[in-house]
Design a protein around this ligand. Structure first.
Ligand code: SF4
Length: 396
């Protein structure tokens, strides 16, 4: 089973692994494509583009082609789900948790590039399957996956249901683990009174070819890095950061974003807005790094709100927009040096000021009694994927 490691696979991969493992596939038979690279696109995707689109969607052709033609391991099925909505932590506090329409439709348009001359799936003995899945509605997911996969995988409804449950369990486990890890980082920062960086981006910016590992430069300089998607959601922390505003009636719940974002339909966009709010409040996050890809229509309306939210408490905000294939190493180095300069110069002052906005003795300073070494975050040259447990390229 080959799965292109693209778009919202980055935050749902454990669902697919858990689902397929429960159906009896061995881990070595679940193959993800490699991280995006120019070489991957040139070798396996060239001439197969069918849409003029944002950069992360354009890159998908290379991932499809790598799984089809470049396998270290022969695949029988290429699984590229059309993900319609997400099991977001904001569900119930927002209007909806849908994916970007380009994310949803991209498997169909990318597939077309491999059919336009002749059917390259059939030619390579690969069955292509692209189930439409509403991941925020587990009951519907059972039916959707049964309908689209029962022939390919010889499934019955009961085993599909068991596998879907296993998929959600696996997803919850990895998210729980990563949030706990983020909390350890924040606790370490709180106890040492040291600053850290929060990355405000879409899940696929963890792909080293899409996000260009910009945050790794800051990590290498000694500033721990958190990804917004995995911000800790423990009640004591949320109460400390947002409790005063809930009691003042400004928001209904710590996860409420209606004060800053009313049309909250898009899952990743909602999460970006909430994470901007959390970063603005958390004292030890003294810098927010905003990443956005070339031609991203979904991000455009969020640029100003996120910047204003973050800067409202004096937190540093740096945006790398229109990221595409080129990694302007020199340009990135100059900008990260600027970020490092500002962080080194102003973090102490930012932490002290942000602490005055919150009740004293928050849970992060109380929880840790003895100094611990800084928890592990992705190091330079190591993608978030390896920390998350996404397997690597074909055959990995
Ligand atoms: S969110 Fe933006 S970059 Fe991502 S798929 Fe949608 S339009 Fe493209």
């Amino acid at each position: 089973m080959g799965i292109p490691k693209v778009l919202n696979i980055w935050n749902t991969h454990q669902f697919w692994v858990g689902f397929l493992r429960e159906l009896g596939l061995q881990p070595q038979n679940i193959v993800f494509s490699s991280d995006t690279s120019e070489d991957q696109g040139r070798t396996f995707g060239k001439g197969r583009g069918t849409v003029d689109c944002c950069y992360p969607v354009k890159c998908m052709s290379g991932h499809y082609g790598e799984l089809l033609f470049g396998q270290k391991k022969k695949i029988d099925v290429l699984l590229s789900p059309m993900i319609h909505c997400m099991p977001s932590f904001l569900k119930g506090h927002v209007v909806d948790t849908m994916t970007c329409t380009r994310v949803m439709a991209s498997p169909e348009s990318i597939k077309a590039g491999f059919l336009k001359e002749r059917d390259l799936f059939a030619e390579n003995g690969v069955m292509y399957t692209s189930p439409f899945v509403s991941l925020s509605q587990p009951k519907l997911v059972v039916e959707q996956l049964y309908e689209s996969l029962h022939e390919a995988l010889d499934l019955d409804m009961a085993e599909t249901e068991r596998a879907v449950k296993a998929g959600y369990r696996a997803l919850e486990q990895i998210e729980g683990k990563l949030r706990a890890h983020s909390r350890e980082i924040l606790q370490w920062c709180a106890q040492q009174n040291k600053p850290c960086v929060l990355v405000l981006a879409r899940p696929y910016h963890m792909d080293t070819g899409i996000g260009h590992e910009i945050e790794a430069e800051l990590q290498a300089a000694g500033f721990p890095v958190l990804w917004g998607q995995y911000f800790p959601l423990d009640e004591d922390l949320l109460e400390w950061l947002f409790g005063q505003e809930v009691r003042a009636g400004r928001i209904d719940h710590p996860l409420d974003i209606s004060d800053v974002w009313v049309s909250s339909y898009s899952s990743n966009t909602n999460e970006i807005l909430w994470c901007a709010k959390a970063a603005a409040r958390c004292p030890w996050i003294t810098c927010v790094l905003r990443l956005s890809s070339y031609e991203c229509g979904m991000d455009q309306p969020t640029y100003t709100p996120t910047q204003k939210i973050v800067e409202a408490t004096g937190t540093l905000f740096f945006k790398f927009g229109d990221l595409d294939a080129t990694k302007p190493a020199g340009g990135i180095r100059i900008r990260t040096e600027t970020i490092l300069h500002y962080m080194s110069k102003y973090s102490e002052e930012i932490i002290a000021r942000k602490r005055t906005y919150l009740p004293p003795d928050g849970p992060l300073t109380l929880a840790v009694q003895s100094p611990a070494p800084p928890p592990r975050a992705p190091a330079q040259g190591e993608s978030m994927a390896s920390v998350q447990g996404v397997s690597g390229g074909p055959g990995a």
